[in-house]
Design a protein around this ligand. Structure first.
Ligand SMILES: NC(=O)c1ccc[n+]([C@@H]2O[C@H](COP(=O)([O-])OP(=O)(O)OC[C@H]3O[C@@H](n4cnc5c(N)ncnc54)[C@H](OP(=O)(O)O)[C@@H]3O)[C@@H](O)[C@H]2O)c1
Length: 283
């Protein structure tokens, strides 16, 4: 099958490219190859190549969205809209990756399901939600995949680099009062690949099982690396002490009722996935 992956040089885009390339004809489009905010370029790319499936992994990051809200709307809303419209015009399936930041995280306890009402707190969250809606309004053949705290090789975020810092004896700060579902990029992409052929167009929450804070995550990394006295290296901090530009939702573990309905078992626990990631990344 011909598959186009947009935003293909990022963490999730690279993993899709890697997992799909052996069995499919994959066109991996990095930002330099296709700027999704350019409506004409999007239509040209889609109509020239005519893929059966388009996967959009392009995004403007959380804090940058606060600094550049108009660019955030272009990348996270208009871009997905152009792609979904073009996909629909050639009868291709469409995948839009979205985020736990569509929720406010103000509920105490429990996991968010696809039936829960979104209420974003930041420009990033607002634009990710508006992106979902723009995609759904333009394509009847779309899968919206919400995920959270994605870790994997080559990404410079807390979850992907904590093990390297701790292994090198570098101190890290870890937030104790924000909780979510951590997700190994390999498991995320493998699950989406399982979902696609079922053709159940819907919104999904794809995350590893279990809940953690940044601090729990760091402690688990230290334990996997057999670091004695992790308190030497991991400084617990409250969210309010870190002056992020964008407000973070406090408690957004997610589970997927649609996956339950179609018989997909929850993904493995995040700790098992993390152990595999660290083993492979430290080889
Ligand atoms: N990583 C997470 O923890 C996480 C959590 C929840 C949801 N998600 C979702 O997962 C998806 C992928 O995230 P990711 O972590 O893989 O992000 P990433 O590593 O930052 O990759 C995003 C890619 O999008 C590209 N891009 C930015 N603007 C573009 C444009 N106008 N046209 C085309 N490409 C553009 C970027 O290229 P440049 O860098 O060259 O601009 C980058 O390669 C996003 O939808 C995100 O919302 C991620």
């Amino acid at each position: 099958m011909k598959i186009a992956i947009v935003g293909a040089a990022g963490l999730v885009g690279r993993e899709f490219t890697g997992q799909l390339s052996s069995e499919h004809q994959v066109l991996a489009l990095a930002h330099n190859d296709l700027d999704i905010t350019d409506a004409q370029a999007v239509r040209r790319a889609v109509f020239d190549w005519r893929p059966r499936l388009i996967i959009n992994c392009a995004v403007l990051g959380v804090d940058r969205c606060e600094l550049e809200p108009s660019l955030a709307w272009s990348v996270n809303v208009s871009g997905p809209e152009y792609l979904a419209k073009a996909a629909s015009d050639i009868a291709a399936d469409f995948v839009q990756i979205s985020s736990n930041y569509v929720f406010d995280g103000r509920r105490n306890g429990g996991s968010y399901t696809v039936g829960d009402r979104p209420n974003p707190l930041s420009v990033y969250g607002e634009t990710k939600l508006a992106g979902e809606r723009a995609v759904a309004a333009n394509s009847h053949r779309c899968f919206i995949i919400r995920t959270s705290w994605v870790f994997g090789a080559g990404k410079e975020n807390f979850f992907s680099t904590a093990h390297r810092s701790l292994k090198a004896g570098k101190k890290i700060r870890a937030i104790t009062d924000v909780w979510a579902s951590a997700t190994y990029v390999r498991d995320l992409v493998a699950r989406v690949i399982e979902i696609l052929p079922l053709r159940r167009y819907s919104t999904y929450h794809v995350v590893n099982s279990g809940v953690c804070s940044y601090y729990d995550f760091a402690l688990e990394v230290a334990s996997l690396l057999e670091i004695s006295y992790p308190a030497r290296l991991i400084e617990p901090v409250k969210l309010d002490r870190l002056r992020f530009l964008a407000e973070r939702p406090r408690h957004t573990p997610m589970r997927c009722t649609v996956s339950d309905e179609i018989g997909l078992t929850p993904l493995r626990d995040w700790r098992v996935a993390l152990a595999e990631f660290i083993r492979e990344d430290c080889r």
